[in-house]
Design a protein. Structure first.
Length: 353
């Protein structure tokens, strides 16, 4: 089964406000990393999860290793100041750690890669952005979960050690979009083991969990019950998939190829249905919940892309669900590296300038 389709039927797909009570952004810069970490330790998860508007640094550290080594996966340290200046408060940094592990049983992470990721995290934090760091495109664990569990745990132990003592503005997301065989009990087991590995060095850090079937909102209930109070849940929203992923090559062989627009009554009813399910889950868990990915491929007319992003963003904000656009400069870009220009209509749709 592919990312969004079951048989011939379109599965409406889904792939992910509070303020930081006693520290304004200006104050945060004046504290050292350990002081900041300490100053946050008594806050609730709702206070620590001070996120409203986020952008995914898509197609940078999560591209295949070979592609990065051949010059792909562009990301610049200057991006973060630019992102902050537009009004985003958070970035999500997807990382394909699984391409940088050594052999079992240690699965030692390549230190050059780890230190590069760390330097980018440092830069984003120094711009007063919250950073969501995940494991992205760990494809093998979706195919053979039991065989890959030790590697998952080892990655989180090493990443946990790498960021020991970091401020509470760094959040860990255990795994992007569990899918394929990674579902049900074994998916929940992967969440529990990842949290345990993270908690060795990060007893109070926010850990983010997304459910099975690509973290579709309909699968929110597949998440494990929060094992401690510093858990945040996430879901992804790309519905209707034949609209958001029209001609998206990476969804072959199910690439939708009928051009359509968005915004009729059926479309709006679908969004309303999603919102009621999402709100229900937030109330049920009592934990923060956010939209970790949403966006529309550039094959769709920009005015339709903008219309959808505007509608989804407004619904999320009305429900106090923070959001994270996919993505910054690639796949569904809002910023163009070549021209140095932002997509102004898309910024507008996000309520930014
Ligand atoms: C998921 C995939 C990413 C893709 C995006 C939009 O995050 O991991 O590669 O670009 O969804 O389909």
């Amino acid at each position: 089964m592919s990312k969004f389709f079951s048989g011939s039927a379109v599965i409406a797909a889904a792939f992910a406000l509070v303020s930081c009570a006693n520290s304004s952004p200006a104050e945060k810069t004046t504290l050292s990393l350990s002081e900041t970490a300490q100053s946050h330790s008594n806050q609730t998860v709702w206070e620590k999860f001070d996120m409203q508007r986020c952008v995914n640094m898509g197609n940078s550290f999560e591209v295949p290793r070979k592609q990065r080594e051949n010059g792909g996966g562009r990301i610049d340290k200057e991006d973060f100041a630019l992102i902050k200046s537009k009004g985003f408060d958070t970035i999500r940094l997807p990382v394909k750690w699984s391409d940088y592990t050594g052999p079992a049983p240690d699965f030692t992470l390549d230190p050059t890669f780890s230190n590069t990721v760390k330097a980018y995290v440092d830069e984003a934090l120094s711009q007063n952005l919250n950073v969501i760091l995940n494991i992205h495109h760990f494809d093998e664990i979706n195919e053979t979960p039991a065989a890959e569990m030790d590697r998952l745990v080892s990655i989180w132990k090493q990443v946990g050690a790498l960021f020991k003592g970091y401020p509470d503005d760094l959040w860990f997301e255990t795994l992007n979009e569990p899918n394929n065989q990674l579902k049900g009990d074994i998916m929940r087991q992967s969440q529990a083991l990842a949290i345990k590995a993270i908690r060795i060095h990060h007893p109070d850090r926010i850990v983010i969990l997304g459910g099975e079937f690509w973290s579709n909102w309909r699968q929110l209930d597949t998440n494990m019950v929060a094992p401690d109070s510093n858990i945040v849940f996430t879901f992804h929203y790309y519905e209707p998939f034949d609209f958001t992923h029209y001609k998206a090559e990476w969804t072959k062989p199910d690439m939708p190829n009928t051009l359509r627009s968005w915004g009729n009554q059926t479309d709006k009813a679908e969004l309303a249905e999603a919102m009621s399910g999402i709100k229900r889950y937030k109330v049920k868990t009592g934990q923060p919940l956010f939209l970790g990915e949403f966006g529309v491929y550039t094959s769709i007319k920009n005015e339709d892309r903008v219309k959808w992003v505007d509608a989804v963003r407004r619904e999320m904000e009305a429900a106090e669900i923070p959001w994270c656009l996919w993505a910054y400069a690639n796949t569904f870009p809002i910023y163009n590296y070549e021209s140095g220009k932002w997509d102004k209509d898309m910024l507008d749709a996000l309520g930014l300038e």
